[in-house]
Design a protein around this ligand. Structure first.
Ligand code: ATP
Length: 220
């Protein structure tokens, strides 16, 4: 794919609990970066995720794991803006703050296909596209048909090649290497004293062991 027409470099944004970060986050993010010629990929750990159970590892520990995971990885940045906000970490607020910081850059907000399936339950969800593009990364165990309301929104905003220079507003379904790994599966590995090697960076495994994170079934 050619470079963006826009003068400002394009930025990718992947939010998540990262409890812990694993190759299912890192490899698809890298592939999206390459497919869309993004200059930067910002990984944003959430403080209080609104749509799910609260993380086991503290915000500081999840941040530390991310920093270790991306060390030396060109273009990857850990962005801690959600950790400085009180209240639930709504993506729309995060994108608004990024848009203020980067007024002219194309912003690409990445979500797994599982998260996209229920995006219409997110706070002010239709505003997301006024602030950024949405990249839907195909995930193993594809969810079924999209709910009607979301299906029509999806088809109305599907991107084509000419949209590459826009700063926001389009939906980009992208195929990435399918990695059937989840943080839940990894927490279970640690809780059951099974190895998590080759599912995540070795340095992160070492830190989890050192901190004694995810010790029991209640960590899953
Ligand atoms: P958990 O198992 O605790 O629910 P998770 O592995 O889904 O966690 P999150 O930090 O909640 O990880 O995910 C952040 C984002 O990364 C979400 O948009 C999610 O869909 C996406 N994601 C996570 N794992 C994968 C994967 N294996 N392939 C593609 N996208 C993924």
């Amino acid at each position: 794919m050619d470079r963006f027409d826009a003068k400002s470099p394009a930025i990718g944004v992947l939010g998540g609990t990262f409890d812990p970060v694993h190759f299912g986050h890192l490899r698809p993010a890298l592939e999206v970066m390459q497919q869309l010629n993004l200059e930067q990929m910002r990984l944003i750990p959430s403080s209080i995720p609104p749509h799910r159970q609260q993380p086991i590892a503290s915000a500081k520990q999840r941040h530390q794991m991310l920093e270790l995971a991306i060390k030396g990885l060109q273009g990857f940045v850990v962005d801690d803006r959600e950790l400085h906000r009180s209240g639930p970490s709504y993506s729309v607020d995060t994108l608004r703050s990024l848009r203020e910081q980067f007024p002219d850059n194309p912003l690409f907000f990445l979500v797994g296909s599982d998260a996209f399936q229920s995006i219409h339950s997110w706070s002010r969800w239709t505003e997301l596209l006024t602030l950024a593009h949405l990249v839907v990364m195909q995930r193993p165990q594809q969810p079924g048909r999209l709910p009607d309301e979301l299906d029509s929104w999806y088809h109305t905003h599907l991107a084509n090649a000419a949209d590459r220079s826009r700063a926001a507003g389009k939906i980009w379904p992208l195929t990435v290497t399918q990695m059937a790994v989840s943080a839940t599966q990894i927490r279970r590995c640690f809780a059951e004293q099974r190895s998590a090697r080759f599912l995540m960076p070795e340095v992160v495994i070492s830190l989890i062991e050192q901190l004694g994170l995810y010790p029991s079934e209640s960590s899953v």
